[in-house]
Every structure is written in C-alpha cells, then in structure tokens.
Design a protein around this ligand. Structure first.
Ligand SMILES: Nc1ncnc2c1ncn2[C@@H]1O[C@H](COP(=O)(O)OP(=O)(O)OP(=O)(O)O)[C@@H](O)[C@H]1O
Length: 294
C-alpha cells in the first residue's frame, strides 16, 4: 500500500503542524507527505495522487482538509484516512476515529474501510452538512467580517451580530419532488450528523444509507433560538416542536430573498440551491461508521 499524507499546516490555527511534527515519527509503514500551500490545494494533490499510484491518501487537518481530500478522491478506489488536527474535527465523530492523533494513526493500521456517500452541490461534494440560512450567514460573517477575533469568540460574535439582522424567512423546500412551504431560521442538509465543533444538527443522518437528512429549524423567537442552540450539542433539539426532519435524495431550497448557503462550512453562494446524494462515492478508513455518536 502506497500512502500519501496531505498536511494542512494552518489547520487547527497552526496546531496541525505541531501534531504532524510529532506523529510522523510514530508512522511504522512507508509513506510520502506534502504540505498544502493554499486553500483548495488538498483536492488537487489528492486527485494527482490517484494518478501517481497512491492507494491511500491521509488528510492531516480539520474538516476543510478532509472535505478537499474527499473531493479529490471521490469516485475512485483510493482510500482516505484521517489524522484529526483541525478546530472542529466533526467528521471523525461519525466514523469513530479518536480525537487523539496517535490513536487515529492506529486506526489507519487496524481500522476497516468502507464506502460512504457524499453530498453533492453545484460546485463539488460535501462530507458532513450543507445548508441555508442562519448557520450559513454565521459562517459567512465569521470568514469575512470578524477578522479581529478567532476561534469560538469569533463564532459567538458572528452569531450574535447575525441574530440581530437575520430573521426567519419564507422558504420553499423540495425533497424528492415533495414541496414544503415554511418560515425558516435554517435548513440543514446532512450526509453526516455534526458541524460547528460537535453540534449534532442532523441527528440521525447516516453516511451509508444513500439519503440526505433534511433538518428544518422553523420560526421561533430569538430568545428561543438561544435556548435551542445549546441543545443541538446533545441532540436534545430533536423533540423541539420547531424542528422538523425529512429524508431524500434530491433537495432544492429557495428563500423569498437571496440567502447564504454553505457546504461543510464554506460559502457556496446564495439561494436557490440544490443538493443531491452520491451513494458510495468515497472509500474511507474508520472504526464504526454508522452508529457511532461521539
Ligand atoms: N497553506 C495554506 N494556507 C492557508 N489556508 C490553507 C492552506 N492549506 C489549506 N488551507 C485552508 O485551510 C482551511 C482550514 O483548514 P481545516 O478546515 O482543515 O482546519 P480547521 O478550520 O482548523 O478545522 P475544522 O474545519 O475541523 O474546524 C481550509 O479551508 C483549507 O482550504
């Protein structure tokens, strides 16, 4: 097996480089490695690795790096491994990879591989969750407007400022041809369950069921939203009356005014947007794929 590690030195706010410099001495099989130099490059490197005869590409970084490597390997037989070294590290929660990098390295040797689904949007694939509305506006604000803060404070600042000007909007959500008219804070479309550093927004999404889980957060007061959000970490929001779930293969979402959309936390433009599922699109090394809830 020929293995390439793709290391994003800036992931985890630079923590990734320290993790790599430590972990590389514990790797007991032959490998090559490469550092990414710019956003988006991990996808090109992973795609190139396919042509250079690598049979395994390991993403060393966070969910952004994993998503890029996944895009580069999609629809091939090259396996993707993961050493978590990002900020949120959400995807590994779904496939049972431990947060500790040395334990994750052991999974590369002892875990098993499985084909998983990928979500698809107009510009590529997503591995975790895409969506429209409040969460996408918060992601956009965090990336573009809140440059003077980083980490959780940046996210909280962006959330509070977004909550001031964002309000629930009339939306039309179409799932496999059935149309739902709603007034929404957000619509999340999950291939997997987690985003935002452990928020289980799509609690019952499974990465190998050939379906997207569409979770709608319907109109409620701002105060109730602030009460609702912490419950998303435990999945306790499932029973909230404003929370609604559908499953399907094709999803179209439009809002009455153009509203930001994201895929795996990266902005992908504004509504209207379409998502679909690409079954068994990526071969991944993990521990316990479908039923792990970290
Ligand atoms: N050399 C580089 N310079 C700047 N940005 C880079 C470089 N290499 C990769 N990137 C970008 O860094 C971004 C962040 O990486 P990643 O998502 O892996 O880490 P994170 O944000 O800390 O973790 P998480 O997404 O799990 O919270 C990615 O969107 C990627 O495109």
């Amino acid at each position: 097996m020929k293995t390439l590690f793709v290391v994003n030195p800036v992931a985890g706010r630079g923590k990734c480089l320290k993790i790599w410099n430590n972990i590389k001495y514990h790797i007991k099989f032959p490998f090559d490695f490469v550092f990414t130099q710019a956003p988006g490059e991990a996808a090109e490197i992973a795609a190139g690795a396919r042509n250079r005869g690598f049979t395994r590409v390991v993403a060393v970084g966070g969910d952004g790096t994993i998503c890029e490597v996944g895009n580069g390997l999609a629809l091939s037989d090259v396996e993707m491994g993961i050493i978590p070294a990002g900020t949120g590290n959400d995807f590994i929660r779904t496939i049972g990879i431990p947060q500790d990098p040395k334990d994750a390295l052991a999974v590369l040797e002892q875990g098993h591989t499985q084909y998983i689904d990928l979500g698809r949007h107009e510009k590529g694939f997503f591995i975790n969750v895409a969506g429209v509305g409040l969460d996408a506006e918060v992601a956009r604000a965090t990336n573009e407007d809140v440059k003077f803060l980083s980490g959780t404070p940046a996210y909280i600042f962006a959330l509070i400022t977004t909550l001031i000007h964002f309000s629930p909007r009339k939306a039309v959500v179409e799932v496999d041809g059935k149309t739902y008219h709603r007034k929404l804070w957000l619509a999340a479309v999950g291939n997997a369950s987690f985003y935002g550093g452990g928020m289980m927004i799509c609690p019952d999404a499974l990465v190998d069921d050939g379906l997207l889980e569409v979770c709608l957060v319907n109109d409620m007061s701002r105060l109730e939203i602030l009460r609702f959000l912490p419950r998303v970490f435990s999945g306790g929001h499932k029973s909230h009356p404003a929370f609604e779930v559908f499953r399907g293969k094709q999803v179209k979402i439009s809002f009455e005014i153009p509203t930001a959309a994201h895929a795996d936390g990266d902005c992908i433009g504004c509504t209207p947007v379409s998502f679909s599922i690409m079954p068994r699109a990526l071969k991944v090394i993990g521990n316990n794929f479908t039923h792990f809830r970290g």
